[in-house]
Design a protein around this ligand. Structure first.
Ligand code: GTP
Length: 386
């Protein structure tokens, strides 16, 4: 998909109707034929019963409000969910029942772990986590034997009920025990990433952003483009957001602080809400946002939030000082170059995919380097802010 293919931009006015996440299907554990056909990267959600797996999936990808998750029923078979909301963010989430038994003969670990990109293991931090740690060790051992490329992500979840000291202590303890357990199993070289999460704040979106980013091969290119954009435009921080889920698929290489991320998420909510209420000029209109759409919020601390649409699903949200926004023309010009560059990355990705489909030996990375430098070159040539 290129930007030009989506001339109308995304349609905030008809958001709930148009922004579904593709087919939602429930597969029984034994339904492996359709599983093998699917080549999208896969994220597995595993953990003990009631640890919060389905809640995470519903809140992040289906806009369910956290309070509604209280009424979710227990999952009793693998639930497969296609996430197709942009060219970069294409994957499947498989939500597993808590009581899954790896030794059950119907559990086909080769199929399940074979095509898996990331395994998210959810631990309920408000409960005794010893059983969860045993299950984590069993899961990682089993999965790693089948597929050593899996990224293992541990969500220390439901931390909203814990005070800061206890949160840190639990994280340290879980980290220590989990790595010790792996060392006992002879897997000391396997890397686990830990995240403190809760569906009641932005931490779950931030953690999922990091999981998804690891599955995007073009991430270094995107980061590079964002670095060039901010350094030439007087911007302090820039996020490339997937608007529907509010996960950021890339940011510049300066550290992310949670408050900035929350501000940007809130801005997306404001823009979408305002557009839904006031965006429609007449009833026949279906699209309220287009390539000219943007939004600007000035905060009372001298900071400006600036949002621009990149394509139907992606938005760039920047944080900058008010005095640097005086040269808005330069920022806008640099943004257009950035958007063109992103379009080229999309196009290259599609080309590589077509090549890969045509020849099983196709290597997308082979063409990534030269294009990356061409894009960077075109952006670098723009006038930096004085
Ligand atoms: N306090 C708090 N509760 C949460 C959080 N996430 C989920 N829950 C609650 O935890 C309970 C269990 O959530 P589920 O999503 O059904 O758990 P699950 O892991 O899918 O459970 P199974 O399907 O049985 O494996 C629900 O009542 C949720 O409201 C969280 O971040 N904080």
């Amino acid at each position: 998909m290129s930007y030009q293919d989506e001339p109308g931009g995304y349609d905030v006015g008809s958001f709930p109707k148009d922004f579904s996440y593709g087919p939602f299907e429930q597969n029984g554990d034994g339904d492996n034929s359709s599983l093998q056909d699917d080549h999208k990267p896969r994220i597995l959600l595993m953990g003990l019963r009631r640890s919060g797996k389905s809640s995470i999936q519903k809140v992040v990808f289906h806009k369910m409000s956290p309070n509604e998750t209280l009424f979710l029923e227990s999952t009793n078979k693998i639930v497969k969910d296609d996430i197709n909301n942009s060219s970069f963010v294409q994957f499947q989430i498989w939500d597993f029942p808590g009581q899954i038994d790896f030794f059950d003969p119907t559990f086909d670990s080769d199929t399940i772990f074979g095509g898996c990109g990331a395994l998210v293991f959810v631990i309920d931090a408000q409960d005794d986590y010893m059983d969860a740690l045993n299950k984590l060790q069993l899961t990682v051992t089993k999965a790693y034997r089948v597929n050593s490329n899996i990224k293992f992500e541990v969500f220390i979840h439901k931390v909203d009920g814990l005070n800061d000291d206890y949160k840190m202590e639990s994280q340290r303890d879980i980290h220590q025990r989990a790595t010790d357990d792996l060392a006992d199993a002879g897997l000391e070289h396997v890397h686990l990433s830990f995240h403190l999460t809760s569906i009641y704040d932005h931490s779950i979106f931030e953690a999922f952003s990091k999981v998804v980013q690891k599955l995007i091969p073009q991430l270094p290119t995107l980061e590079n483009l964002l670095n060039i954009l901010i350094s030439n435009s007087g911007i302090e921080k820039a996020f490339l957001f997937d608007v529907v889920s509010k996960i950021y698929i890339a940011t510049d290489s300066s550290p992310v602080d949670m408050q900035s991320y929350e501000l940007c998420c809130d801005m997306i909510d404001v823009v979408i809400d305002i557009s839904c209420i006031y965006g429609m000029v007449d009833e026949t209109e279906t699209s309220t946002f287009n390539s000219q759409s943007s939004s600007l919020i000035k905060l009372n601390n001298g900071t400006v939030l600036y949002l621009r649409e990149v394509n139907k699903f992606l938005a760039l949200v920047c944080i900058l000082r008010e005095e640097n926004f005086q040269k808005q023309g330069v920022i806008d010009y640099n943004f257009l170059c950035f958007r063109d560059a992103i379009t080229q990355v999309f196009e290259l990705r599609n080309k590589c995919q077509n090549l890969e489909d045509a020849s099983p030996m196709g290597t997308p990375e082979a063409t990534n380097g030269p294009l990356d430098s061409t894009i960077s070159g075109s952006l670098l040539s723009q006038t930096p802010l004085p």
